[in-house]
Design a protein around this ligand. Structure first.
Ligand SMILES: Cc1cc2nc3c(=O)[nH]c(=O)nc-3n(C[C@H](O)[C@H](O)[C@H](O)COP(=O)(O)OP(=O)(O)OC[C@H]3O[C@@H](n4cnc5c(N)ncnc54)[C@H](O)[C@@H]3O)c2cc1C
Length: 491
């Protein structure tokens, strides 16, 4: 019998497993899929029109691990020392507009401000204090929302004050008057839309403050050379080096699928975890509302996305949604359970930064996903094609093929995404704290059972911090170990 069984091998599950194995416990990870990594996997991109011999790879879920470099877990784990190469695009994110213009968030704050013209000074004032403290901002955003994060108290206080101020300013339509240009206004709204929730809102503004700060930090919004799956391979290698193991093709659907262990950790959606628990614990987890859905689109193109503003090609992430008014309308349609005519789409063209992503004959994968109502069965490719053609004239002519995964099918390749909810539950200010529910300890969900997924604080993203927070509690509460093991390489 293992000391610990972890259900699910996403970044949070593996972060928990690595931490516990390094503390000397025997750890087994059970993964329902045939491949390891959950939202952090890179797999072959093959279709009716694209042969395996082309050698294309697709990032199945996440492609841009913006939270990883400043995550306390990954900062100590040290991805670079383990051979994971982060590529830092010169432009973190772009926001194309209709008349060929685009808002551009360079990693360099000064350059961003310069390009924004009359809004440059305002951009500096809002994001400068956050960008000056990327590690402190990350420590606050990725905390368990129950304890004071580790760090210099003065720097944390400064970062916290800047975080609060920018969240309050951007959290409602009262902030609209702050900006003079559509470029600045829509850049912020595009980042806010990562929450797949009502716009504007305080939760979306908090996300924009955090991700906006990272965009101007030392690592910007990076891509991973060869695909994001390299992060998972590094985590699994470390787990195995410390005696742990991952067993694939092992879905855990009922309590009887769980092998005995002193402690079980659940790296899955709260709604899925609920099915493994008895009352009253089941009802508590089931109460976390589902978030909006996404439809994933893996395009194969014969050339780079022909953005009307060629500068957009240098952005690692492109927010395709148009103006603030258009993005708000689209996101609020989704919240109301309807498909937007012009959906919010996130796009990345990794071969722009990484030649290894080009296929044998020069084809390239383009990663995209669109926001849709939870549970949507619709193939939204026509609407997404139209959005891309709108800002990148000639896009359709380059499309060789596109593999579409509707929201309703997302759970077939990751049970933690019910109905296409890729955030582990609704994102709201309340639900960022009361996640999965209002509790002093949000990780200990039943006797001997801990939740270690994005359904617990700090929520979605590739940071491993829900895993680390859960593992810390398991060590202290179940094994009496009060000191976290080192996560550094070669220990
Ligand atoms: C299309 C898409 C794009 C995204 N883009 C980004 C991005 O660019 N940047 C970013 O930071 N984040 C992005 N995300 C979100 C990111 O992938 C998640 O926030 C992150 O992976 C959550 O980590 P996790 O460990 O909590 O869960 P997951 O990564 O979802 O892993 C859960 C694992 O548990 C397994 N599992 C679940 N239930 C069971 C069960 N009952 N039995 C056995 N195994 C089970 C699953 O198969 C999976 O392997 C994206 C997600 C998607 C889907």
């Amino acid at each position: 019998m293992s000391d610990v069984v972890v259900v699910g091998s996403g970044p949070n599950g593996l972060a928990a497993a690595v931490t516990l194995a390094r503390a000397g416990l025997s750890v087994t990870v059970l993964e329902g899929q045939s491949t390891v990594g959950g939202g952090v996997r890179t797999l072959p991109l093959v279709s009716d029109r694209v042969a395996e011999a082309e050698g294309l790879l697709r990032d199945v879920c996440a492609a841009v691990p913006a939270a990883a470099p400043t995550s306390p877990f990954f900062a100590e784990f040290d991805l670079a020392a383990r051979g994971v190469e982060l590529i830092v695009p010169e432009i973190s994110y772009a926001q194309p507009l209709d008349d060929g213009r685009a808002g551009l968030a360079y990693r360099d704050l000064a350059r961003t401000a310069e390009r924004l013209g009359v809004d440059g000074q305002r951009w500096r004032r809002l994001l400068g204090p956050l960008a000056a403290h990327p590690h402190e901002v990350a420590a606050i955003a990725l905390s368990d929302k129950r304890s004071v994060p580790a760090g210099n108290p003065l720097q944390l206080a400064r970062a916290g004050a800047a975080f609060g101020a920018s969240t309050a300013l951007m959290g409602g339509s009262w902030g609209d008057g702050y900006w003079r240009t559509e470029e600045a206004r829509s850049l912020i709204a595009g980042v806010s839309a990562h929450t797949i929730s009502a716009l504007p809102s305080l939760a979306a503004a908090g996300t924009a403050s955090y991700l906006g700060a990272l965009a101007h930090g030392p690592s910007g919004w990076p891509l991973v050379r060869g695909g994001i799956g390299a992060i998972t391979r590094a985590l699994v290698a470390d787990l195995e080096a410390h005696g742990g193991q991952v067993i694939t093709d092992h879905p855990v659907r009922t309590p009887s699928d769980l092998p005995p262990a002193r402690v079980h950790l659940l790296n899955t959606h709260a709604r899925v975890a609920a099915d493994l628990l008895a009352e009253p614990y089941r009802s508590r987890l089931s109460a976390l509302p589902l978030g909006g859905g996404v439809c994933k689109l893996d395009y194969v193109l014969s050339g780079p996305v022909p953005w009307a503003d060629p500068e957009v090609r240098r952005a690692g992430t492109v927010h395709v949604g148009g103006t603030v008014a258009q993005m708000r309308a689209a996101e609020n349609e989704v919240v109301a359970g309807r498909h937007a005519d012009r959906p919010m789409v996130l796009v990345s063209d990794p071969a722009q930064f990484d030649d290894s992503r080009l296929g044998a004959s020069g084809l390239r994968p383009v990663w995209a996903y669109a926001h849709v109502p939870n549970g949507s069965t619709r193939d939204v490719r026509p609407a997404v094609d139209a959005q891309l053609e709108r800002f990148a004239p000639g896009f359709r002519d380059l499309v060789v093929d596109c593999v579409v995964t509707p929201a309703s099918a997302m759970s077939e390749h990751n049970a933690a995404y019910p109905g296409g909810d890729i955030a582990g539950g609704l994102i709201s200010m309340w639900r960022m704290v009361a996640r999965p529910g209002p509790a002093i300890d949000p990780y200990a969900v039943a006797p001997g059972v801990y939740l270690c997924s994005q359904s617990a604080p700090p929520g979605p993203g590739v940071h491993g911090m829900a895993g680390l927070h859960a593992a810390r509690r398991v060590l202290r509460q179940e094994f009496g170990i009060r000191t976290l093991p080192s996560l550094a390489p070669r220990t």
